[in-house]
Every structure is written in structure tokens, then in C-alpha cells.
Design a protein around this ligand. Structure first.
Ligand SMILES: [Zn+2]
Ligand SMILES: [Zn+2]
Length: 352
């Protein structure tokens, strides 16, 4: 059997939800080692010549190298697991012990990480509530003491998380696109423009910049978008998309807390138009390829259409409250085991 591995001299504690990749990078930085050299040591140990995407041996060797108790780098599903719509019990969001899904890795708080760069899958979003440090992708900002940001983070960790919503699932990106549209038509002085100057951001042109400068507004809009009571009537294809867009645009302006404007209305019409086309596709789904006349159950069809048409709003409609219309055949809904492997893609109209 293998002789015990020599452990590295500087010990690091893993952060909550830290990914093995992120921890490895941090461990290498702490020892002024090249990440690749550290990987080579691990590969030698497990007798491989290439770095596999998923391998529990790697995590074990990494734990051994870092002198950590076994299992320290395994994700904690109880604490950090995501809610998914997987169809194991129903198509509503649930924390499914069969699917064991986690959030996409995101940049962790630098202060938590001792000034080094790493990634985490912990339940949460961009704000570290301990250090008041806001971090997403390459952006960092000190937002300590801004209560609206803390409130937004808590909403993401509680209410939105339990609806299966995280920074990568699409709804928040779409909410950010609403803010960007509204901002383009807004007057010179408003809370968001004040934050642009505060954070030294020159334009709201990317998801991360909108998220940083309008965290509270984006999160409030995301709550509106995932509210079944708001979204189900908006998706009613018996009414005109133009009329439905009026309802949604007012709800979004309320969430921002500022007056509506033409840019917001125009963008909302595009969003609702896209969602209505996705609904028509949804009504045409059949339960299997063979059963040409058997409609797919609406709860499953909504999830399939949301993914295939990249229209996340459909995930938040109440299948019992939408009109039951027989549409022209558009396709067959795949089997649940196929559907649940799909990763959420962001909406066509969202900010990438
Ligand atoms: Zn499941
Ligand atoms: Zn922190």
C-alpha cells in the first residue's frame, strides 16, 4: 500500500462550500507553488496521467496533503444543497436527496479566503454577511453596513433559494436585464446612479455590474418574476402579450421603487412576447414521441418548455391555474431522467 503522504507545512481551513479546485488553488498559492505542480503530485499518488473532472480519490489525496480530516472537502448537501424541479416527487422545487444538486461554483469572499482567490458552492449569493464584502466574478466591493444589500442577500439565501433560484439559474440575470432597460430610460438622479458613482462603475453593461450597483432592486424584481401569483396571469396566452406586458412592467417598476418608463415597457414587451411563444410551444408538447394525441402533463411541459425555449418565467407558473389549451404538436417531452440532467441555461433576453 501507499506510504503516508508528506503533508504540506502551511495548513488552511476550507471555507464553507469551498470547491476542491478552489482549495487546491489556494493551497498552491499559500505555498508559492505552481497549481500544476500540486496537481502532478496528486496524479502521481493516484497513478493517473490526466486530471479527471470528477474523482473522489483526488479529493481524498488533497485532504491528506493538506492534513485535513477525511470528508472536509466534500460538499454538505444538508447545508448547501439546491432546490430543484426534478420530477422525483413532483415538478415543484424540492431539495432532492436523489439529485444532490449544488449551485454553480462562484468566486468566494476574499477576506474569508485570506486574500486569496477561490470558489464556493455554499448556499448564498454575492455578499459575505460576515465581512460585508460583495464579490461576483471579477468584481469586489465593500458594502458593509448597507442594510438593503444585506436584506437582498438574505432574500437570496431564503426565499429565492427555496424556489430553486441562485445567481446562475437565469431568473436573477433576467431581473438584471430589466434593471438595465429601466436605467437606460431613467432620469439622471436615482439610487442606482448614485451607486454607480459610489462603486466607480461607468456603465451598467454586464450582469455583474448591474448586480453590484442594483443588488436590492435586482433581487426584488427576481422575487416578482418568481411569484406564481404575478407570473401565472402574465403567461395567459388568451390575452394579448402587449396587455400582459403592461401588468408586468408596472410590477417591475414597483419592485425598483421608481416610475415606469418607455425603455422598461419596450423590454417587458419583448420578455412577455418570448414567454408567450414558449407557452405555445409548451401547449404543443406530447407526453411521448409515440403518443401523438396524448398531451404532456402541464407541470412537466412547463419545465421542458422553460429549458428548451430558454424562458425561465415558465418554471414559475402555477400549472393548475394556467388555461388548459390543446396546442399544435411541437414535440415530445423527454423522460424525467433526461430532463433532470439538464443544466439551467440563462434566458435568451437575460444578461450573460
Ligand atoms: Zn430529484
Ligand atoms: Zn467573508
Amino acid at each position: 500500500m501507499n506510504t503516508p503522504l508528506r503533508t504540506l507545512p502551511i495548513s488552511l481551513d476550507p471555507l464553507d462550500g469551498e470547491t476542491p479546485d478552489g482549495f487546491l488553488a489556494r493551497l498552491a498559492q499559500a505555498h508559492l507553488l505552481d497549481e500544476d505542480d500540486l496537481r502532478r503530485v496528486i496524479l502521481q499518488r493516484i497513478g493517473r496521467s490526466w486530471w479527471p473532472a470528477v474523482d473522489s480519490h483526488i479529493v481524498e489525496v488533497l485532504e491528506e496533503l493538506a492534513d485535513l480530516p477525511i470528508g472536509s472537502l466534500l460538499p454538505d448537501f444538508e447545508r448547501d444543497g439546491m432546490w430543484v424541479r426534478c420530477g422525483h416527487h413532483s415538478w415543484s422545487p424540492e431539495k432532492c436527496a436523489k439529485c444532490l444538486r449544488f449551485a454553480q461554483p462562484r468566486t468566494a469572499c476574499r477576506t474569508c479566503a485570506g486574500g486569496r482567490r477561490t470558489t464556493t458552492i455554499a448556499r448564498g449569493a454575492a455578499l459575505c454577511l460576515i465581512h460585508g464584502e460583495w464579490t461576483f466574478r471579477e468584481l469586489h466591493a465593500d458594502v458593509a453596513g448597507i442594510s438593503a444589500y444585506e436584506h437582498a442577500e438574505l432574500t437570496l439565501r431564503a426565499r429565492l433559494w427555496k424556489r430553486g433560484v441562485a445567481l446562475h439559474t437565469g431568473e436573477v440575470n433576467l431581473a438584471a436585464a430589466f434593471v438595465r432597460a429601466w436605467y437606460a430610460g431613467a432620469g439622471a438622479s436615482n439610487p442606482i446612479s448614485d451607486r454607480l458613482s459610489m462603486f466607480g462603475v461607468d456603465a451598467l453593461d454586464t450582469y455583474e455590474r448591474v448586480l453590484l450597483c442594483a443588488y436590492p432592486e435586482v433581487v426584488r424584481i427576481a422575487c416578482t418574476l418568481v411569484s406564481t401569483a404575478v407570473i401565472t396571469p402574465v403567461l395567459d396566452v388568451r390575452m394579448s402579450a402587449l396587455d400582459r406586458a403592461g401588468v408586468l412592467s408596472r410590477a417591475v417598476a414597483d419592485a425598483i421603487g421608481e416610475p415606469e418608463n418607455d425603455e422598461l415597457r419596450t423590454f417587458t414587451i419583448r420578455v412577455v412576447g418570448h414567454a408567450h411563444r414558449a407557452m405555445l410551444y409548451m401547449y404543443g408538447l406530447r407526453s411521448t414521441r409515440q403518443a401523438k394525441y396524448q398531451l404532456s402533463p402541464l407541470n412537466r411541459a412547463l419545465i421542458v418548455a422553460a429549458a428548451r425555449q430558454r424562458a425561465c418565467l415558465l418554471r414559475h407558473a402555477n400549472p393548475r391555474r394556467i388555461p388548459d389549451i390543446a396546442g399544435k404538436v411541437t414535440g415530445a417531452a423527454p423522460k424525467p431522467r433526461v430532463i433532470r440532467k439538464w443544466q439551467n441555461e440563462i434566458d435568451e433576453l437575460a444578461l450573460p
